[in-house]
Every structure is written in C-alpha cells, then in structure tokens.
Design a protein around this ligand. Structure first.
Ligand SMILES: [Zn+2]
Length: 108
C-alpha cells in the first residue's frame, strides 16, 4: 500500500508533457514509404502509426487516437510519436545534412 502511494506522488512531479517525453524515449521510429515515418512504442508492437509532414503548416501529423482527439482541442499538440519522430529527424539532420557554414546563410 505504502509503495503504491509513493509511485503516485512521483508521477505528479512531472507535467503531462514531461511524461509524454519520457514515453517518447521508448518509441521506435523508421522511415516510411513513399513518405513520412512509422512509429511504434516498444510496449505495444501491434499498433504502428504513420506520421507525415502537413504541407501547409509544416507540422507533423500522427494517426494515433491521442493526437487526433487531443490535437483538435489543443492546436500544436504533440503526441509521444510526434516527439519521437522530431528527435529522430534531428539526429538524421545532424548526421547527414548539417553544415555549420550554411547555418546562417538564410538569415544573412
Ligand atoms: Zn501519435
């Protein structure tokens, strides 16, 4: 009983966004054909979600229920899959594309 109470308290120390970030760390991401990304959590391999970049807003869109329902009420909402794909894209960009010499070219 006492152990359970401690666990509840620990969770309250983190905001919902922080809890999502922790779950996003356990989401596996891969590139999808013909575009976008596939994401699934390590806990739940049956549900694989397709994410893509919405051309007008340039934001990621996910097909999971969390994104669809929460995103309606909260524009710019990021589910754990969106967080994981953003991180994945960031790593790829640094490895393949990033060039310090051109970083500020557009601003100049
Ligand atoms: Zn999602």
């Amino acid at each position: 009983m006492k152990e359970k109470n401690n666990r509840t308290k620990k969770n309250e120390a983190f905001s919902p966004a922080e809890q999502r970030a922790a779950r996003a760390a356990r989401v596996e991401v891969s590139d999808a054909e013909p575009y976008g990304w596939m994401a699934h959590s390590q806990m739940d391999r049956e549900h694989v979600y397709h994410l893509f970049c919405e051309p007008q807003t340039k934001r990621l869109v996910c097909t999971c229920a969390d994104f669809i329902y929460r995103g309606d009420a909260e524009p710019g909402y990021e589910c754990k899959h969106v967080s994981a794909v953003l991180k994945y894209i960031g790593h790829q960009y640094l490895q393949l594309r990033y060039d310090p010499r051109s970083q500020y070219e557009r601003a100049a």
